[in-house]
Design a protein around this ligand. Structure first.
Ligand code: TMP
Ligand code: MG
Ligand code: ZN
Length: 186
């Protein structure tokens, strides 16, 4: 990434199961940009009220100030023209328009870093991340550790019965599992 010259934008996606360190990795990259005195803005969907409305927060409690928006359109409207780096967390809660919006921002010369779940509680691709992967320049898949057997985990086990695709929660209702220990329940 340090060989890029001029004001060219691109998309980086950080995806994986819950407890795999997506937000932590997003924060790590954004802090580097901050240290380099780049202008950045961080967004998350309003629906993610787990810890706070004003911060993105990782499971290990590191956090950065963010702006909450209702949808992808609102996110785009709130990006200032001089912003160089746009961080987006919890992408799975955004609508499909997020893909176009990320591409628009990258076309405008911004570095767009997006973190989100790639699979839902049944192991199905969780929009809009799968589509975003197709257009992104850089993809990082983070793995958690299976709480049952200690193998690399790329699935999220829901521990309560619910067939809602969106169900906000943390270790109270979810845990990381490997493909062998994962048992989808709806
Ligand atoms: P995290 O990846 O930052 O830990 O957060 C994932 C959020 O997504 C968390 O609030 C739980 C939620 N979620 C769903 O709404 N549906 C799902 O199928 C899964 C696996 C998680
Ligand atoms: Mg997170
Ligand atoms: Zn396992």
């Amino acid at each position: 990434m340090n060989i890029v010259r001029g004001k060219i934008g691109w998309i980086e996606v950080i995806c994986g199961s819950m407890f795999s360190g997506k937000t932590e990795e997003l924060i790590r990259r954004l802090r580097r940009a901050e240290i380099a005195k780049q202008k950045l803005q961080i967004f998350k969907p309003i629906i993610d009220n787990r810890y706070s409305k004003e911060y993105i927060v990782s499971h290990n409690k590191s956090k950065m100030t963010s702006e909450s928006v209702a949808n992808a359109e609102e996110l785009y409207k709130n990006v200032r023209s001089d912003t160089e780096v746009v961080g987006i967390d919890e992408a799975q809660f955004f609508d499909d328009k997020l893909v176009d919006i990320c591409n628009k921002l990258a076309d405008e010369g911004k570095r767009v870093i997006v973190a989100g779940l790639d699979q839902d509680y049944l192991g199905r691709p969780f929009p809009p991340i799968p589509e975003l992967l197709a257009t992104a320049e850089y993809i990082t898949k983070t793995l958690a550790i299976c709480v049952k057997c200690g193998n690399p985990a790329n699935r999220t086990q829901r521990l309560v019965k619910s067939d809602k695709e969106i169900l906000v929660g943390a270790e109270d209702i979810y845990e990381a599992r490997c493909r062998k220990c994962f048992k989808p329940i709806g």
